[in-house]
Design a protein. Structure first.
Length: 405
């Protein structure tokens, strides 16, 4: 299901445009990674169903298939979830650092597609601030561990002399760059980088003194590889069973360790049926991931506390922002009354009326006009026994510091 609801980079622009133009959706951002697809939206009350309907239509899925796999958070729970995602508390690898960069990319894509308004802009900016706090004030970011690290860690357990192994890396994005870095730190010096665009492969290969090839050259490289780790954005598998069989024949059936960390998959599942192929996917890395989770749990508890504080601060800022609109409307109303009274006073002065009398009348009329609506509302609240409104009015109107000189 993760594979079927994922958004490729090529789909993202049109997806954001479609989502943003749903009548029930006012703001929208899309986060799509190897382990999650999430839609962050500001919607009308009926928005959840509209967003799910759209997601099922966009990917050609039956709504009955999608609904049991979907989760839905509102308001504070949505803010809390986004913050937990940003610091890696909701990741397969607890505290993994990649997700924050992916979230920032999702934010930038939404901005470019005019998907962000005041609500999501405030939430994302506040989330990034909380994530920075967590990274600097807890140990969750120490000794960074990711799915890439877990893949390399698992490979190192399988080979007796890991440093002498040759690795074929398919893709040239951030994940494969991390894989290459972890491989080099683990002592692997022979690496091949395969990518759709050879220039990008050469750029990454140059950093690690590796060989660069195009995707078309994978069959030959596969016969020389002991380790294959793949992570591309290709919509269809790149490495099939037939290709693997031919490579094994050339290798005289020396085994190959493979990890497919792409969504959708880069390696056909049937490749894992071959006797001398050991194929693992993202979900198979669970043992390494659980070991990492135990080491980071204490830091995660600290992070949860910082996130709870972050949600509280976000709520406060949101209330202040909402009150700003009310204050603006109230001041605009007062300005209209002032301008009306001012025009009347100037007209009286132009007719030669006594200035002192005009000033007294201006003060009297302006006071009455400003107090008329609040006075009517207080009487109605008293008649309706609305003690809550009366208490609020007392706090707002009578407990404020005196404005007398």
């Amino acid at each position: 299901m993760r594979e079927r609801v994922a958004f490729s980079p090529a789909q993202l622009e049109s997806a954001l445009a479609e989502l943003r133009h749903l009548p029930q959706v006012h703001e929208a951002a899309v986060l799509s990674t190897c382990n999650r697809t999430e839609l962050y939206c500001v919607t009308e009350p009926s928005g959840e169903r509209a967003v799910l309907d759209w997601l099922s239509d966009f990917h050609g899925l039956a709504l009955e298939e999608l609904t049991p796999c979907a989760y839905h958070y509102l308001d504070n729970d949505a803010a809390r979830h986004l913050m937990r995602v940003a610091v890696g508390l909701d990741s397969m690898v607890l505290g993994e650092p990649q997700i924050l960069g992916q979230l920032k990319d999702a934010y930038q894509s939404a901005r470019q597609a005019s998907g962000l308004g005041g609500e999501l802009e405030l939430l994302f900016q506040h989330t990034f601030a909380v994530a920075k706090q967590v990274r600097t004030r807890t140990g969750i970011g120490q000794n960074p561990v990711s799915v890439a690290y877990a893949a390399v860690s698992l490979a190192s357990r399988i080979f007796d002399d890991f440093g002498r192994s040759r690795a074929l890396l398919i893709g040239a994005g951030e994940t494969i760059e991390l894989v290459a870095r972890h491989l080099r730190e683990a002592g692997v010096r022979n690496m091949i980088v395969a990518n759709r665009t050879r220039e990008r492969a050469e750029l990454l290969a140059g950093e690690f003194n590796a060989e660069a090839i195009s995707l078309n050259e994978i069959p030959d490289a596969l016969a020389r590889a002991d380790i294959v780790i793949s992570s591309t954005a290709a919509p269809l598998p790149i490495l099939g069973k037939g290709m693997a069989e031919r490579a094994l024949k050339k290798r005289r059936h020396r085994p190959i360790f493979m990890v497919d960390i792409a969504v959708p998959r880069d390696i056909e599942p049937e490749v894992g049926d071959l006797d001398d192929i050991f194929l693992y996917t993202v979900d198979d890395l669970n043992e390494v991931i659980q070991e990492n989770r135990r080491h980071r749990q204490a830091a995660a508890d600290q992070a949860e506390a910082l996130i709870e504080h972050g949600v509280h601060v976000w709520q406060h800022e949101r209330r202040i922002r909402d009150s700003g609109e009310l204050i603006r409307r109230y001041r605009d109303q007062a300005a209209e009354l002032r301008e009306y009274s001012e025009r009347q006073a100037l007209a009286r002065l132009s007719r030669g009326e006594d200035p002192e009398e005009v000033v007294r009348l201006l003060a009297h009329q302006l006071t009455n006009r400003l107090l008329h609506r609040p006075t009517v509302a207080l009487r109605e609240a008293s008649g309706g026994e609305r003690r809550d409104l009366l208490n609020a009015a007392e706090a707002l109107l009578l407990d404020a510091p005196s404005t007398k000189p």
